[in-house]
Design a protein around this ligand. Structure first.
Ligand code: ZN
Length: 160
């Protein structure tokens, strides 16, 4: 089955900065599951996966515009500490999560005060050209529920 809109795709990947070190990978863990055509993953990765089938292995290079965006100016905002989710105490340089009207965003903490923190809304990988080494594990039809929710359920997807 070929990857196309409305298919649920499971894949493993190695992610590197172009010509650089390994940033993250899924091998040894569950593969990632996403619903094709629903903006679940960066557009450049989705384009690379389009038309592929289970068992395909390939490497794609994705420019910032099709990955995590180009860094925006004035991306630092002050948020109440209680709206910041992070592991342990908030520290400068650490990544935290802030829930926005557009959903959860990963931010980098740039300053910590008593009640507020300054956070940078640029994704840590913004501005970087990325290399994804991908292995397609499985391709299947999405269920009616998944299409309605615009994301994949089950292993590697949303658990609810
Ligand atoms: Zn759902």
């Amino acid at each position: 089955m070929q990857i196309d809109d409305g298919k649920v795709v499971l894949f493993h990947y190695y992610l590197r900065e172009h010509g650089g070190e390994l940033i993250e990978q899924t091998h040894g863990d569950d593969p990632v599951a996403y619903l094709h055509g629903h903006n679940n993953i960066p557009i450049g990765v989705e384009k690379g996966l389009s038309g592929k089938t289970a068992g395909d292995k390939f490497t794609i290079t994705v420019p910032p515009e099709e990955a995590y965006g180009v860094p925006i100016k004035n991306s630092v905002q002050r948020v109440p500490l209680k709206h910041l989710q992070c592991h342990g105490k908030p520290k400068v340089g650490n990544i935290a999560q802030v829930t926005t009207e557009q959903g959860p965003r990963q931010v980098v903490i740039t300053k910590v005060g008593k009640f507020n923190a300054d956070v940078d809304f640029n994704h840590p990988l913004a501005g970087k050209t990325l290399e994804f080494e991908i292995e397609v594990v499985n391709v299947r039809e999405a269920s009616a529920d998944e299409l309605q929710h615009s994301h994949a359920h089950g292993t590697g997807g949303h658990a609810h």
